[in-house]
Write a protein that binds this ligand. Structure first.
Ligand code: TXA
Ligand code: MG
Length: 341
């Protein structure tokens, strides 16, 4: 397939390009679009044939449901069978933004989108480009992250080109994603509501709005492939570079000592630590600052693969607040391999 790469820098100036992307989507095509979290591969969520093409392009297992993206609160009415009070409060507080809410679905949502579940994941993104495409096409967009299944999510258009060139109709280049890791996923179809995937909107922030929220077991444990997970996506090895990653819970001093005699190893570290290590290093942000870390983590994982080393030892982010979401992605990249020194 021929893939068009379209650079969009300003909505006002590039309105004809937005119209073109919207037309391709209305015709059943696939467009990779930037969001504030990561790039997504988008199709008309109400068109089962178009949605099937997403699964093909990504090599995604069919039992892993997609998030449906909307631009206005009124768009949700035809998609969910009920919109409980707690979900409404979350939507009011965090939409548009990096929060996905799982609700009971209506028949308007094809089975291909929900993977046969009776729920649907809904998100109202903040990024102006995807919002404009939803508005212009007049349909909700099913959009998983725009990576080949199992690879780190893409945070710039180059990552999308690496993974999906030739497999989609359009890749929109809208620059670097602000947040860099995927949205927080909360199920309001469960009581009490459950976080299925941590993100930059933290458990504490959610609880401040609706009271008790719990983490689903799948957030911190590795789930055998055969077992059915509450969030089907969490059972697959994720965000996984080709290189073996091991998380080292240790002070920097102990970390440096541990890796110093490791042949064929590299280190994933915080800014400024490289100069104190003798092995190849990639840094992924400022120590203690989850926002720089989330923004750069997935790029750093892709960069590590290019080093051609066997093993990467990684510095661990803070385990509380937004740092927990960064830790969650790293833990999955490491296939749950951690060492405590
Ligand atoms: O930030 C994001 O959420 C990005 C951007 C593009 O919006 N999208 C994204 O989509 O990360 P994806 O498909 O890579 O991850 C969606 C996650 C998966 O783990 C999937 O299993 C889960 O949400 N999910 C979707 N629908 C669900 C449902 N009905 N019940 C439980 N989990 C669901
Ligand atoms: Mg994904």
């Amino acid at each position: 397939m021929k893939t068009k790469i379209i650079k969009i820098t300003s909505l006002a100036r590039d309105l004809d390009k937005i119209r073109y992307v919207a037309d391709v989507i209305k015709d059943g095509g696939l467009a990779v679009l930037p969001t504030e979290t990561v790039y997504g591969i988008a199709a008309n969520a109400l068109d089962p044939a178009a949605v099937s093409r997403i699964f093909e392009a990504k090599g995604r297992p069919h039992d892993n449901p997609l998030i449906v993206h909307i631009a206005d609160l009124s768009d949700i009415d035809s998609l969910v069978s009920d919109f409980p009070k707690n979900a409404k409060k979350l939507a009011e507080k965090f939409w548009p933004g990096p929060l996905t809410i799982i609700l009971n679905k209506t028949n308007a949502i094809p089975d291909t989108v929900s993977a046969g579940l009776n729920t649907v994941a809904i998100r109202m993104p903040l990024h102006p480009i995807i919002r404009a495409v939803i508005g212009q096409s007049g349909v909700p967009l099913a959009a998983p992250s725009a990576n080949i299944s199992g690879k780190p999510s893409p945070t710039n258009s180059q990552h999308c080109i690496e993974d999906l060139f030739g497999k989609v109709d359009i890749i929109v280049d809208g620059g670097l994603c602000d947040i860099g890791i995927e949205s927080t996923v909360i199920s309001c179809a469960a009581l009490p509501p459950k976080v299925l995937r941590p993100g930059m909107i933290t458990l504490e922030q959610l609880e401040a709005v609706i009271g008790e929220v719990s983490f689903d077991k799948s957030v911190t444990s590795s789930i055998p492939l055969a077992r059915r997970a509450s969030s089907p996506g969490m059972k697959y090895k994720h965000y996984s570079p080709d290189t073996k990653i091991i998380l080292l819970h240790a002070s920097f001093k102990k970390f440096a000592n541990f890796v110093s005699n490791k042949a064929g190893a590299a280190a994933l570290v915080f800014d400024g630590e490289e100069k104190n290590l003798m092995i190849p290093c990639v840094s992924y942000g400022v120590m203690g600052d989850a926002f720089t870390q989330s923004k750069r983590l997935f790029s750093a994982l892709r960069e590590l693969d290019r080093l051609g080393v066997q093993t990467v030892y990684a510095r661990v982010p803070e385990l509380s607040g937004a740092g927990f979401a960064v830790y969650n992605r790293l833990l999955r990249a490491a296939g749950f391999d951690e060492i405590y020194l």
